[in-house]
Design a binder for this molecule. Structure first.
Ligand code: G
Ligand code: G
Ligand code: MN
Ligand code: NA
Length: 253
């Protein structure tokens, strides 16, 4: 209850912040993208993790505001970086199932891109398998409209949800992200290795790029690069960090 009341005030009080985690090309090992992860620094409650406050924001109907703030802030930051000569990488934002079902999601993305003069191809939306399951027709329409803006679509935590391979056909996805639960056991665990190889092969046959998340060691990175994974993300390459800290690692235009 206290959390909800504080959360209502968090945006006007400027307490939300985006942290960015680097995503690297597996071969060249240069930064090709960032994943934006929201942080809430509450003066009263301290740092509240998104896993805790996002479900509450959804329950209280505050998610349209939080979601809009995240998308707009990512576009504002992309613009600021471009003005500073930093270009050639994407920023991915996480979007929840409920956000994706609401009709205003398309306008939110379109308006934020336009407001900050950011081309759609710089932005990526991260979806989860479960967010593609409910209200499929409506969600598919929203995603088609978002794709028409040039924005890329990425399927997060791949392999952990109630995934249907039909989704890979039905939604034009640009990227699959192998869930970190399959990366943890690499390179030693034969089952994880088989799953990783299979996801990569399937993605490539469908012309979908494949990224691995939760890469924590050099051995995992080299193994994944060796079996053809396109992109790597995880603590081995960097933790989520504020924009000012990640800036030094971004490519110049
Ligand atoms: O950053 P962290 O590991 O604490 O994130 C926990 C969870 O919160 C992850 O599943 C992540 O996808 C989710 N998350 C982080 N930022 C956002 C956001 O801006 N919007 C939504 N919907 N989820 C987010
Ligand atoms: O659900 P989603 O994939 O969006 O969750 C992203 C979360 O995973 C972020 O909060 C981030 O802090 C966390 N994360 C990113 N890289 C690693 C990693 O290498 N190991 C672990 N354990 N967590 C990670
Ligand atoms: Mn994600
Ligand atoms: Na993920």
């Amino acid at each position: 209850l206290v959390l909800g009341a504080r959360l209502r005030e968090a945006i006007p009080r400027g307490e939300l912040e985006l942290h960015y985690q680097p995503i690297l090309d597996a071969g060249r090992r240069v930064v090709t993208g960032l994943e934006a992860l929201v942080r809430w620094n509450s003066p009263e409650l301290g740092r509240v993790p998104p896993g805790r406050f996002i479900p509450i924001a959804e329950a209280l109907g505050l998610m349209p505001e939080v979601g809009l703030w995240v998308i707009d802030e990512a576009c504002r930051q992309l613009r600021a970086w471009e003005d500073a000569g930093l270009d050639g990488f994407t920023v991915a934002v996480n979007v929840s199932a409920l956000q994706l079902q609401r009709p205003d999601i398309v306008r939110q993305v379109r308006d934020s891109l336009a407001r900050h003069g950011v081309p759609g191809r710089r932005l990526e939306i991260e979806l989860t398998e479960s967010s593609l399951m409910e209200h499929v027709d409506r969600v598919q329409g929203h995603l088609a409209d978002i794709k028409a803006l040039g924005v890329r679509l990425s399927l997060d935590d791949f392999g952990t949800g109630y995934s249907s391979l039909a989704y890979l056909k039905q939604f034009s996805l640009d990227r699959l992200k192998i869930d970190r639960s399959f990366v943890m056991g690499l390179p030693g665990n034969a089952d994880d290795a088989a799953i990783a190889r299979t996801i990569i092969a399937m993605g490539h046959q469908l012309r979908i790029a494949v990224a691995a998340e939760g890469v924590e060691t050099a051995e995992q990175a080299d193994f994944l690069a060796g079996i053809g994974c396109d992109e790597l993300q995880g603590y081995h390459f960097g933790r989520p960090a504020p924009a000012a800290e990640i800036q030094a690692r971004l490519p110049r235009a």
